[in-house]
Design a protein around this ligand. Structure first.
Ligand code: ADP
Length: 267
């Protein structure tokens, strides 16, 4: 009986062992295939980034010459006093300007990650950044603007120029997408143990729930140029900066009441 049982155990052990061996081999093959796919994906990603950079960079030169020639044509057309011709030229000029703005933002967006990786961390001076933005906003707006800063916004190590871009985008949008007699934007800073929280709240037109995630994608706009001008890159740039500093961004909004963006940066 003992011989029989030990024979049986030996056989089962052997079968079990060879099955594990087979499984391990299969896993190894799958892993190496995954490595290959990953490598290809990284290469494709790098190619794509390079393509975006080269395309947007190279398109700028011909566009600049279109704009220059439009200016020359404008001088001649003005003398003709042809209303239609003047209007058509105006449309062409506006389109060229819009294209220039989109290319500039696309270039900025495609270069962001590299730019941030090269930057060494510094103490972010929120007060100076916010005061500079306040001056800019009040100089460029036709309406009176109420821009308030509340709470505590220091103690975060990051990049002044990128935090500035984030705040410029969010404050700028709070004023642009706003039909109130006095557009109001409040920037609120909060210090938590492990993070800095920044809220940017406006009394603007608001955003429908179904668009709250899409607005962070490049080119995504909810309005036409004639309603509100823009390139659809402000929030994509903002999100990429926040992501690169290991932060988080979210948005809450109520149609007709206003919008609140919340950003958290780790300390
Ligand atoms: P842009 O302003 O150039 O269109 P953004 O990426 O900054 O691009 O914003 C994307 C879209 O999100 C805007 O077109 C707008 O419809 C919406 N949006 C952004 N911020 C606000 C806001 N504070 N209030 C209402 N809508 C907003």
């Amino acid at each position: 009986l003992i011989t029989l049982v030990s024979g049986f155990l030996l056989k089962t052990n052997y079968e079990f062992g060879s099955r594990i061996l087979k499984l391990t081999k299969g896993l190894e093959i799958r892993n190496s295939k995954l490595d290959e796919v990953n490598k290809n994906l990284t290469e494709t990603n790098a190619d794509l980034k390079n393509f975006v950079y080269v395309a947007s960079h190279d398109l700028k030169a011909p566009l600049r010459s279109i704009v220059s020639f439009q200016k020359l044509i404008e001088r001649k057309v003005k003398k003709l006093e042809d209303k239609d011709l003047n209007e058509f030229l105006g449309f062409a000029q506006n389109s060229a300007i819009q294209m220039e703005n989109v290319l500039d933002d696309l270039l900025k967006y495609s270069q962001l990650s590299k730019e941030i990786e090269k930057k060494s961390l510094e103490e972010v001076d929120f007060k100076t950044i916010l005061n500079q933005i306040k001056v800019e906003v009040q100089q460029t707006s036709e309406k009176p603007i109420s821009l308030k800063f509340e709470g505590d916004l220091d103690a975060f190590r990051g990049s002044n120029s990128h935090v500035r871009l984030v705040l410029q985008n969010l404050i700028g949008n709070g004023i642009k997408y706003n039909e109130s007699d006095v557009p109001e934007v409040v920037v609120l800073g909060e210090q938590k143990d492990d993070r800095v929280v920044i809220k940017v709240k406006d009394n603007g037109i608001g955003i429908k729930d179904e668009f709250l995630e899409q607005i962070f994608e490049p080119f995504r706009r909810l309005h036409s140029q004639s309603q509100y001008e823009g390139t659809g890159f402000g929030l994509a740039i903002t999100k990429r900066i926040v992501d690169k500093f290991d932060g988080k961004i979210k948005v809450d909004s109520e149609i007709g009441e206003g919008t609140e963006f919340t950003i958290c940066f780790p300390r």
